[in-house]
Design a protein around this ligand. Structure first.
Ligand code: SAH
Length: 248
């Protein structure tokens, strides 16, 4: 089980695989201010930036689980680079159904709620690992503007309007799931660009270096259409944020 290679072409240079900047990730860490020694479980941890930087800044320890061997290799390298390799562990595997061996103070799924078949299922999954009084972190898109037509829905990689909620609908949903929303840090259009526009240059450089690769045609089509799709749809209509939740 691994992530398709097209993701590593586009995002191989990213430390954060979401419309979040280093600054926003650090802001979230400071907002939550976990006590040193807090155990963290990060499901679909990607390249491990949350765990590695929070281990350095806040002294947390933790485990990340992801299916991407390429991202996990980067996560381990990052842990060594930041001097936190003794505090974080990265495991290759399916995060769906993954429950911590010991309850954790922070259970996160940032930008991968499909592992729980949506927000409700992911909250249920994270709850199974959470120590009493612990915090769940959910990273999730929301409609910034109501999509006007089918092209907009598809341009935002949604199958239907109801794949995402508006921000008020999402906050209501957390309440209905029995959660207090206790903090949030939202992406903005500039941080969307750091995530998406950074993929264009990575793709272009990869195409120039690998013109005969079996993925070249797909990546070329991606680069030709991607920028317009981003500015027309995603950047305009889709918001994204990390929401900190506690059980009521
Ligand atoms: N949370 C990270 C990565 C988000 S991108 C960050 O914010 O940077 C989504 C991640 O989900 C990718 O790293 C991908 O490899 C991982 N992923 C997708 N399906 C998965 C699954 N079933 N189990 C574990 N990881 C998964």
């Amino acid at each position: 089980m691994d992530l398709p290679r097209s993701f590593t072409v586009r995002e191989g240079g990213h430390r954060i695989h979401n419309p979040f900047t280093d600054g926003k990730l650090a802001t979230l860490g400071r907002a939550i201010d976990p006590p040193p020694g807090t155990r963290v479980l990060d499901l679909a941890c990607g390249s491990g930036e949350l765990l590695c930087t929070w281990a350095r800044e806040h002294g947390v320890t933790g485990t990340g689980v992801d299916i991407s061997t390429a991202f996990l290799a980067k996560a381990n390298a990052r842990a060594a680079e930041l001097g936190v390799a003794d505090r974080v562990v990265f495991r290759h595997g399916d995060a769906a159904g993954h429950v911590a061996e010991e309850p954790v103070g922070i259970a996160a799924c940032v930008g991968a709620t499909w592992i729980g078949d949506g927000v409700a299922g992911t909250v249920e999954l994270l709850r199974r690992s959470l120590a009493p009084g612990g915090i769940m972190l959910i990273g999730e898109p929301y409609w910034r503007r109501e999509p006007e037509d089918r092209a907009t829905v598809e341009g935002c990689s949604a199958g239907s309007r109801d794949d995402f909620r508006s921000l008020p609908e999402l906050v209501e949903h957390f309440g209905r799931l029995g959660c207090d929303l206790v903090e949030m840090v939202l992406a903005d259009q500039d941080s969307w660009d750091r995530y998406v526009a950074a993929q264009w240059l990575a793709t272009r450089r990869w195409l120039d270096a690998h013109p005969d690769d079996e993925l070249a045609e797909e990546m070329r089509a991606d680069l030709t259409a991607g920028p317009l799709r981003h500015v027309r749809y995603q950047r305009e209509y889709l918001g994204w944020g990390v929401f900190a939740l506690m059980n009521r």
